[in-house]
Design a protein around this ligand. Sequence first.
Ligand SMILES: Nc1ncnc2c1ncn2[C@@H]1O[C@H](COP(=O)(O)OP(=O)(O)OP(=O)(O)O)[C@@H](O)[C@H]1O
Ligand SMILES: O=P(O)(O)OC[C@H]1O[C@](O)(CO)[C@@H](O)[C@@H]1O
Ligand SMILES: [Mg+2]
Length: 474
Amino acid sequence: MAENDRKLNNGVEEETIELQKLSLSGIKIKSVPHLSDYIPNSQLKTVTNPLASSPFYHPTDTFYISPSSDILLKQVLYDLSDPTTRQKPAYGIAYHRSGPRKLIYFDPGNVRAAIVTCGGLCPGMNTVIRELVVGLSDLYGVHQIFGIRSGYRGFYSSDPMPLTPEMVHNWHKQGGTALETSRGGFDLVKIVDSIESHGFSHVYIVGGDGTMRGAVEIYNEILRRKIPVAVVGIPKTVDNDVGIIDKSFGFQTAVETAQQAINAAHVEAESAVNGIGLVKLMGRSTGHIALHATLSNRDVDCCLIPENEFFLEGKGGLFEFIEHKLKRNGHAVVVVAEGAGQDLIPKSKEEERRDDSGNPVLLNVGGWLKSELHKWWKRDHPGELVTVKYIDPTYMIRAVPANATDNLYCTLLAHSAIHGAMAGYTGFVAGQVNGNYAYIPVKEVAEAKNVVDTMDHQWAWVRSVTNQPDFQRA
Ligand SMILES: Nc1ncnc2c1ncn2[C@@H]1O[C@H](COP(=O)(O)OP(=O)(O)OP(=O)(O)O)[C@@H](O)[C@H]1O
Ligand SMILES: O=P(O)(O)OC[C@H]1O[C@](O)(CO)[C@@H](O)[C@@H]1O
Ligand SMILES: [Mg+2]
């Protein structure tokens, strides 16, 4: 009996070791830049993390995160010898685990931190600002903290706003960004000149894909000038279109807020003869909000996203499907992402506009769809009643305060960002990867796009919940 146990134990141990060998052999750890990469050691002073003497923390050796602790991008175990395994390149990638380091590369008393918010609004921006200010102050004793007003242009067009924990105390309860935001206005030289002249040593940049591309340029210029400044990105996008990270903050709040619009559309549709409820949700080039709102609601009959082209007329088209739903249920609910169907909408040259950041200004797919649905019904069902109630909650879903889950998420992101900057990392993004918090090179985040994979399980799930067509012409 004892002999068997030992064999069993031995068997388990051997298997564990085998697995470790298997995974380690294929893992690529993506390092983030560090100030010591370009500043001579003689000019960099390390000090013990002040958390060691904080009355609120009781750091043990395991409290601090070792610089060699990493997080796998995808945690999936697979058997390499199985020919049916779909091995994706992302499975072998890991990023540094975020959290407090034992030694830090800044004397907190000398740190001057700047915080800027750029791009469109997103629930939780004020929470991130609040937690950066309170975290820098309470965790590390940093007291020179400044807000940059109105996005990137604020670096050179207005004076930095001193921020204190008292001032930001209630900000997490407010939507929007108290620092204000804007599009465009990215002037690299003026921005880095301003960072240098104000003596900022930490720059926290909160924004989406465009903002992160700007952050890469700022980091590169700082590297070229060889100045000891930690450039840190905190990804913000209500569309959830930033890649690598699990999800962006505020996304869940937006999905939750969208439920009100879908529920209203459903009630209106149910209460009419041949009622169609139509809701347009944000999502410039990705349909994550529409998809998640659809899956969590269950009253949606059709979800249209930019990643899956659709068509109106003929076999397998939208009209045929809606007609079938109206005949069967008497009503139908359609959710459309704002970036869907853009190629179907007739447009003139003048309508191909761009915003100040260079993003295309989208045509109103909701208004167009409403009018097409009306025209179709009147043509094919003359004399029969129809009602199309169109709801556009666009700004309502992003101009709200973050919900509790997102507030907590924002706090953890802000604290991760602070720990990373204090540890001397730069040119990185603090993000959630595989449920953990990690430091990812900002260059990678700026290039990675998170789109809905229509070949994956999630989109298949949408189709099975709605029974909508795949919109592939026969
Ligand atoms: N390639 C780029 N290089 C430098 N700066 C950029 C670049 N693209 C965008 N920016 C700047 O980043 C800021 C924000 O960009 P943008 O308006 O595209 O929003 P975003 O960060 O993508 O957020 P969201 O799309 O979620 O609203 C703007 O000030 C813009 O000028
Ligand atoms: O009207 P604005 O503020 O330029 O922003 C609209 C865009 O911003 C986003 O919310 C992304 O931040 C998109 O969904 C939308 O297309
Ligand atoms: Mg963007």
